[in-house]
Design a protein around this ligand. Structure first.
Ligand code: HEM
Length: 123
């Protein structure tokens, strides 16, 4: 795997986080360009991460840290996409959805931290 393929997920994650903070700062109505890039980057994080995970599973099999990291990633992704979609549609409890988005971010980032520190993602 090339260096870009290995570090791609983390670069996209940092960009997604920065764009998310910018979206919050600018508020509603969301800037369409920023919102679209935020979503596309989020999708890129998922695709690139699971590609890398699949590669690791094929070469090393399932390790405990990999399983735990994957569970946290999946919980984070479900929370981020559902709360993100509801935030953009509007009409729901904005404060609550923002909290869900933040908690889901913590789950996702914890998953990354476990995978990285246990040498699973970039060992
Ligand atoms: C890897 C996935 C994602 C990450 C890491 C992420 C991260 C963030 C962060 C850090 C914020 C700022 C939160 C705050 O300061 O309160 C944010 C805001 C936001 N995100 Fe995401 N996000 C992701 C996916 C998504 C998706 C898929 C959507 C839409 C379907 C979305 C929609 C939004 C919206 C609408 C806001 C602005 C919320 C507000 O009004 O304060 N996000 N995101």
């Amino acid at each position: 795997m090339s260096r870009l393929e290995i570090f791609g997920p983390i670069i996209c994650l940092v960009l997604t986080l920065l764009l998310g903070l910018l979206l919050t700062k600018l508020g509603k109505p969301y800037n369409t360009v920023l919102f679209t890039i935020h979503k596309l980057m989020a999708l890129a994080v998922i695709v690139l991460t699971f590609r890398r995970i699949l590669y690791l599973v094929k070469s090393n099999g399932w390790q405990a840290a990999l399983v735990l990291g994957c569970i946290l990633l999946v919980i984070g992704i479900i929370g981020l996409f559902s709360s993100g979609a509801m935030l953009s549609i509007g009409g729901f409890n904005h404060k609550l959805l923002r909290s869900v988005h933040i908690v889901a971010n913590i789950s996702l980032i914890s998953g990354f931290v476990i995978l990285i520190t246990r040498g699973q993602l970039w060992g």
